[in-house]
Design a protein around this ligand. Structure first.
Ligand code: ZN
Length: 290
């Protein structure tokens, strides 16, 4: 199935609840947070999962690590057996549904990437499904290479680095300096050619894409800082790709919806942090004005 056929198929699907969500003024892309691809098909959704937990979090020392935490004798824990995760992914890919899971620790990311390697035979989905991994915080270089190769989209939260990265931060306390420095490897992901999508995991981080873009360009680890252009792409064109929406939104081009904000200054000159939104446009209409 090529991209066009897949988009037509998504357009043709629909269910009352999902349609109701789609009629809200914000552009919402709902996902069913269950490892059940058939249910997603029934509901007319092209995605399944998202925050289906394969592990926990760094803060609660429940993210699954290959080596113990720096401040407690535990490695966290995986929540799925290998065969369970593989069955979920295989089902989703067979149905052409994009599947995603929450994977934070390196052991969880390892399990997730290894399951995709088996299901996809190391290549992008033959059905064009844009499978994805949420968080991807403790990824190693080989995980990044594998995700780029299999076109696994990486749905990440740059504000995690702003909140927990750097000397004396929560990541360093829980993981030590060496592991802390490899986390949220945004620029490595862009360099590898993987699709990086910016998000906020609200309410863990504030719903503030400008703050997220600022976190991208001000990453605590200098080698992982994004250019303003790549930061903007993560929150716009790449996020639209994750939603199969790039032919409708995510960019300013003829034929696409006028979904945009008017800022009081140029973020490419002055940074994203000090910008004020003057207007927000959605579908060719002003929906917010200061
Ligand atoms: Zn999560």
């Amino acid at each position: 199935m090529d991209d066009k056929e897949l988009l037509e198929r998504i357009e043709a699907l629909g269910a009352d609840e999902i349609d109701a969500l789609r009629r809200l003024p914000a552009k919402i892309v709902p996902k069913v947070c269950e490892p059940d691809a058939a249910l997603a098909v029934e509901l007319g959704l092209p995605f399944v999962g998202g925050d289906v937990f394969t592990d926990g979090s760094i803060g609660s020392r429940t993210a699954a690590l290959a080596q113990p935490y720096a401040d407690a004798p535990t490695c966290g824990a995986l929540r799925f057996r290998d065969d369970e995760l593989e069955a979920f992914f295989a089902d989703a890919d067979r149905l052409g549904v994009a599947a995603g899971v929450h994977a934070i620790g390196d052991a969880a990311i390892d399990q997730c990437v290894a399951a995709w390697e088996r299901v996809l035979n190391g290549k992008p989905s033959a059905r064009g499904a844009r499978h994805f991994i949420e968080h991807f915080e403790c990824a190693r270089p080989e995980h990044i290479e594998a995700c780029a190769r299999m076109n696994l989209h990486l749905s990440m939260q740059p504000l995690f680095d702003a909140q927990w990265g750097g000397a004396g931060g929560m990541y360093e306390t829980r993981l030590g300096t060496a592991r802390m420095r490899g986390m949220n490897a945004l620029a490595s992901i862009v360099r590898a050619g993987a699709v990086l999508c910016g998000g906020d995991d609200a309410p863990v981080c504030p719903l503030d894409p400008l703050a997220g873009m600022r976190a991208c360009v001000e990453h605590h680890e200098a080698t992982e800082r994004l250019t303003p252009h790549d930061a903007l792409a993560a929150y716009t064109v790449n996020a639209a790709r994750l939603a199969y929406a790039e032919t409708r939104t995510g960019n300013l081009a003829p034929g696409l919806a006028a979904d945009l904000v008017v800022l009081d200054r140029d973020p490419f000159e002055d940074g994203f942090g000090d910008c004020t939104v003057l207007e927000t446009w959605s579908d060719w209409r002003v929906v917010y004005r200061t």
